[in-house]
Design a protein around this ligand. Structure first.
Ligand SMILES: Nc1ncnc2c1ncn2[C@@H]1O[C@H](COP(=O)(O)OP(=O)(O)OP(=O)(O)O)[C@@H](O)[C@H]1O
Ligand code: SF4
Ligand SMILES: [Mg+2]
Length: 342
């Protein structure tokens, strides 16, 4: 498949990061965690130019780690990320401005002591996208573009609402004129009414600027709304990938099926008690993942082969792939079931 962003066999392992005291304690046989966390394993995928790829999965499955590796914030332990053939990092250092990031918490990502206009212009001045003399006009243009009044450039972050601060964070990312935007839970900290405005702003800007986007979110309805394709992660691996309508409508992986079935639904039973549907079992620790398919302890389709062999990723079409020994059984069982959250 032709791609613009290529993620090639990327893994990211976090070492135990022990203090000197902990290292000594470990040597003396003390109870210190010395194992490494495989946050991301064997991830290969391509994102096409102008495409929005949604990235979903339960907490701790490696979405943010993968997003940070793609953004060049975190070096991969192995593998490479390229944009239009050019590496994002070299010797552990980001060497491009073509990819920028918008995070969940705009308050944490904006310097409280800096005027927001200065925060937005800092990067573009440093990289020659504008000059100090023209910075105010440059920032004002981006403020207008994200729906902020340009007269606010001299204000500080605390003088804005949460939604406005996220608009500033978006302006800061876009003022770097990226080709690729990594959005990590960009609306999760906002009120529901504001979420819709920010999502619409994203849709408008990605379309108008022709951005290629990776959109990480817990909220499946948001991912369904904004994405062209969706990648489902489980314990550091991509287990299913495909166009939103296919993956949401007829999931081929049992985890995808369970994840989409677990979208919180308020159900009033006969006694008027409120229930939530959840996925059975817990995500295993990435410190000691299960043998074979990582999902097998929770999977209703599991057989002996699943405990012994890790499934390879198989292409179901040129845009859809799944890593499951029994995907055909899963597809057959979901054919007539629309597991799409409304
Ligand atoms: N800097 C770090 N050092 C050690 N372990 C880390 C570090 N960052 C992440 N991890 C571990 O890597 C795994 C993946 O974490 P990550 O934050 O990527 O998951 P996530 O899918 O984004 O979760 P969430 O949905 O809660 O944001 C987790 O087990 C986490 O504890
Ligand atoms: S490989 Fe086996 S355990 Fe893993 S998801 Fe498929 S059926 Fe379930
Ligand atoms: Mg995260």
């Amino acid at each position: 498949m032709t791609g613009f962003v290529h993620i090639d066999d990327v893994a990211r392992i976090f070492g135990p990061n022990l203090t000197t005291g902990e290292r000594i304690a470990a040597k003396l046989g003390g109870k210190v965690e010395t194992r490494s966390v495989r946050a991301v394993s064997d991830v290969s995928l391509s994102v096409r130019k102008g495409e929005t790829l949604g990235l979903v999965g339960e907490s701790g499955c490696g979405k943010s780690t993968l997003g940070r590796v793609i953004a060049g914030i975190l070096p991969p332990t192995s593998g490479t990320v390229t944009i239009d053939g050019t590496p994002v990092m070299e010797n552990g250092t980001k060497i491009t401005t073509r990819v920028q990031t918008v995070f969940q918490d705009p308050f944490a990502s904006l310097d409280p002591r800096m005027k927001v206009g200065d925060t937005v212009s800092e990067g573009p001045i440093a990289h020659g996208l504008t000059t100090k003399a023209n910075a105010r006009t440059y920032v004002a243009e981006w403020f207008t573009r994200v729906g902020l009044d340009p007269v606010w450039v001299d204000r500080y972050p605390h003088q804005f609402s949460g939604g406005q601060r996220q608009r500033i964070a978006i302006a800061r990312a876009l003022a770097m004129q990226p080709d690729v935007l990594i959005c990590d839970e960009p609306v999760a900290s906002l009120d529901v009414s504001i979420q819709a405005q920010i999502i619409n702003l994203f849709l408008e800007l990605t379309r108008d600027l022709g951005l290629t986007t990776v959109f990480i979110s817990h909220d499946l309805s948001v991912v369904q709304h904004v994405s062209d394709r969706v990648a489902v992660m489980y314990l550091g691996r991509i287990v299913e990938l495909g166009p939103v309508a296919n993956v949401f409508g007829t999931p081929a992986h049992p985890y995808t099926k369970a994840l989409f079935g677990s979208v919180p639904k308020l159900v009033l039973d006969a006694d008027e008690l409120v229930k939530f549907d959840t996925i059975d079992g817990e995500v295993p620790s990435p410190l000691s993942p299960p043998s074979g398919c990582y999902y097998h302890p929770r999977c209703p389709y599991a057989t002996e082969v699943c405990k012994a062999e890790q499934p390879q990723t198989e292409d179901l079409s040129d845009v859809r792939a799944v890593a499951c020994h029994h995907f055909q059984r899963v597809l057959d069982s979901t054919k007539d079931v629309r597991a799409v959250p409304e």
